[in-house]
Design a protein around this ligand. Structure first.
Ligand code: UDP
Ligand code: MG
Length: 309
C-alpha cells in the first residue's frame, strides 16, 4: 500500500480536491492507497473537512491527525510518516503544487527497487524575485556547507518503508527533511517535476517565517557557520599582525599619532565580527538547549480514520 502524507495548514479548500486528484490517478493503476492528512494547527475548517472526508470515502483509506497548534511543516511531515502504515510513503503538498500524476512514475521506480525517489523542481513555478533570490542564496549556503545540491530539491519524496522506519527512529528534534534524505543514503533516484499553481488559498510563508526556516535548517544540518568564525578569526589575526607591524614601524619613525581612522575602523570591524560570532554560537546553543529538553516534536491532539476502531 502507498501512504500519501499531506501536511495541511489552512487548506480547507484543498482537502477534497487533493483526495479527488490523487484517487483519480491511483485507482486506474490499481495502486492501493491511504492519505495521511496532518492538520498543522489550522485556523480555518481544514480539520472539519478532513473529518467529513474520512466519513464518506469509498476508495482508499483516510487518516487525519490534528496538532494542538501550528508546529511547522517539518513536524507535520515527521508525524505523518510516523503514522503511515504503507509499504512505501510519499510526502506531498496539500495545495497540489506537486503534481499527483508523477506518483505513478515514482511508484514504478519504487517497484524497480529504488528506496528514495526524490522530486526535483524543473520549473519552479511563479515566484517573486525576492523569493527566488532568497532561495538561491539559502540553497547555495547549504550546498556549499554540506556538499548536497539543494536549489532544485523539494519535499516531494517517495520513501520505502525501510527508509521511513530509519527516519522516524532518529532522535533529534530539529530535522531538515529535504537534506536528510541525502544523509540517509540508500538507493536514490530523482524525478523532475514542474511546480504547479496553487489550487486555492495562498502560500503560508511570510518573509519572517522563511528567514526563520532558513536559519533553523542551516543550523540543524551543518556546523559550518561556527567553523567559519574560526577561519574569520585567523584571517583577522593575519591582518592584525600586518597592521601591528606597520604601527610599530611608524612609532619608531616618530609619527605615531596618525592612523586614528585605522583604530576606529578596527574597533568597529572587530566589534561587529565578535557580535556576529556570538550570535552564531548563540544559535547553536539554542539548538542544543532545545534538543536537550527532549520535548516531543509536536502534540497530536486528535486522530480520525476512515476505518472504524
Ligand atoms: N504547511 C504546513 N505547516 C506550516 C506551513 C505550511 O503544514 O506551518 C504545509 C501547507 O499546508 C502546504 C505545504 O506545507 O501543504 C507547503 O506550504 P505552502 O504551499 O504554503 O508553501 P510553498 O508551496 O509556497 O512553498
Ligand atoms: Mg505550495
Amino acid at each position: 500500500m502507498l501512504s500519501v502524507i499531506l501536511p495541511a495548514y489552512n487548506e480547507e479548500g484543498n482537502i477534497d480536491v487533493a483526495y479527488e486528484k490523487i484517487r483519480s490517478v491511483l485507482v486506474p493503476e490499481h495502486i492501493d492507497f491511504e492519505l495521511v492528512f496532518v492538520n498543522d494547527g489550522s485556523r480555518d475548517r481544514t480539520f472539519q473537512e478532513i473529518r467529513s472526508l474520512s466519513e464518506r470515502v469509498k476508495e482508499g483509506r483516510i487518516v487525519g491527525l490534528s496538532f494542538s497548534r501550528n508546529f511547522g511543516k517539518e513536524a507535520a511531515i515527521f508525524s505523518g510518516l510516523a503514522h503511515a502504515t504503507g509499504d512505501v510513503c510519499v510526502v506531498m503538498d496539500c495545495d497540489m503544487q506537486h503534481p499527483p500524476e508523477k506518483l505513478i512514475e515514482m511508484y514504478r521506480l519504487w517497484e524497480q527497487g529504488y528506496e528514495i525517489i526524490e522530486g526535483v523542481k524543473g520549473y519552479r513555478g511563479r515566484e517573486s524575485i525576492f523569493y527566488k533570490g532568497f532561495a538561491k542564496l539559502f540553497y547555495s549556503l547549504i550546498s556549499k556547507s554540506t556538499g548536497i545540491e539543494m536549489y532544485r530539491s523539494s519535499d516531494f519524496k517517495m520513501l520505502d518503508r525501510k527508509v521511513v522506519d530509519e527516519y522516524t527512529s532518529l532522535t533529534e528534534r530539529n530535522i531538515f527533511f529535504r537534506a536528510l534524505s541525502a544523509w540517509l543514503g540508500y538507493k536514490r533516484i530523482t524525478v523532475e517535476f514542474d511546480v504547479q499553481e496553487r489550487v486555492s488559498g495562498t502560500t503560508k510563508w511570510s518573509i519572517r517565517s522563511l528567514v526563520k526556516y532558513a536559519v533553523g535548517s542551516i543550523t540543524s544540518f551543518t556546523t559550518a557557520p561556527m567553523q567559519l568564525i574560526t577561519i574569520l578569526g585567523f584571517l583577522f589575526l593575519a591582518f592584525a599582525v600586518v597592521l601591528g607591524a606597520q604601527s610599530l614601524v611608524k612609532w619608531f619613525a616618530g609619527n605615531a599619532l596618525e592612523g586614528f581612522t585605522t583604530v576606529i575602523l578596527l574597533l568597529l570591524i572587530t566589534g561587529s565580527l565578535i557580535m556576529m560570532s556570538l550570535g552564531i554560537i548563540g544559535y547553536y546553543l539554542a539548538r542544543i538547549y532545545e534538543e536537550i529538553k527532549g520535548r516531543p516534536r509536536c502534540i497530536v491532539d486528535e486522530i480520525v480514520s476512515s476505518e472504524k476502531g
